[in-house]
Design a protein around this ligand. Structure first.
Ligand SMILES: Nc1nc2c(ncn2[C@@H]2O[C@H](COP(=O)(O)OP(=O)(O)OP(=O)(O)O)[C@@H](O)[C@H]2O)c(=O)[nH]1
Ligand SMILES: [Mg+2]
Length: 180
């Protein structure tokens, strides 16, 4: 495998920019701007183009981490950023009104890419709004035809995020490992 590129997707505030900052070896490139629309009710800054960071897999290989903007009005970046790449990490914010609906929306929006690659899902903010049951997510995923790894994660926590990356790498190639 020559191209180690992973995409982060999910709704506004689900922690994509934070996750890349948590995982990246170098200070990440990010395009956060002051939020102007209803996004600012949730947080003051939002990604308008992309986030970029890197993570060493071993001495020779790096994973390139790309974060997409959560806002749908920037969805032209979703297509641009998903060219090539190994797979998708979908982050869902558990404090949003209907995170299960968000999951369905993003699985559909990135369907072509997921079909060609792989996906792992992280649910953030479960310390703020406790997760009712993981079983419902598993059932919904099954109903939608997915059999993805799904975990509760905190995007600020390195070990949570590296576990999610590891799960994605494992579904791509069980021989690929990265040691934190
Ligand atoms: N309490 C709590 N806060 C979290 C958790 N994960 C992320 N956060 C915080 O939630 C916020 C997420 O913001 P971003 O990382 O900018 O979200 P984003 O997905 O990049 O959002 P957009 O770029 O607007 O689409 C940050 O303030 C994080 O510190 C979590 O599990 N618990
Ligand atoms: Mg962002």
């Amino acid at each position: 495998m020559s191209d180690f590129k992973i995409i982060f997707a999910g709704p506004v505030g689900s922690g994509k920019t934070t996750a890349i900052a948590t995982l990246s070896d170098e200070p990440p490139v990010c395009t956060n701007q002051n939020a102007t629309d209803m996004t600012k009710e949730r947080k003051s800054k939002t990604t308008v183009a992309l986030d970029y960071g890197t993570m060493s897999l071993d001495e020779k290989e790096k994973i390139h981490l790309y974060g997409t903007p959560g806002q749908e009005r920037f969805n032209f970046m979703w297509d641009i950023l998903t060219s090539n790449g190994l797979g998708l990490i979908l982050l869902l914010d558990n404090t949003r009104r209907d995170p299960m609906k968000d999951m369905e929306f993003f699985l559909q929006a990135f369907k072509d890419y997921i079909d060609k690659t792989s996906i792992a899902i992280g649910i953030t903010q479960t310390d703020v709004a406790p997760l009712l049951t993981m079983e419902r997510y598993h059932q919904k995923l099954k109903q939608l035809g997915f059999n993805s790894a799904i975990f509760e994660v905190d995007a600020r926590n390195f070990s949570d995020m590296s576990q999610l990356v590891q799960a994605l790498l494992f579904t791509i190639d069980p021989g690929l490992e990265y040691s934190a």
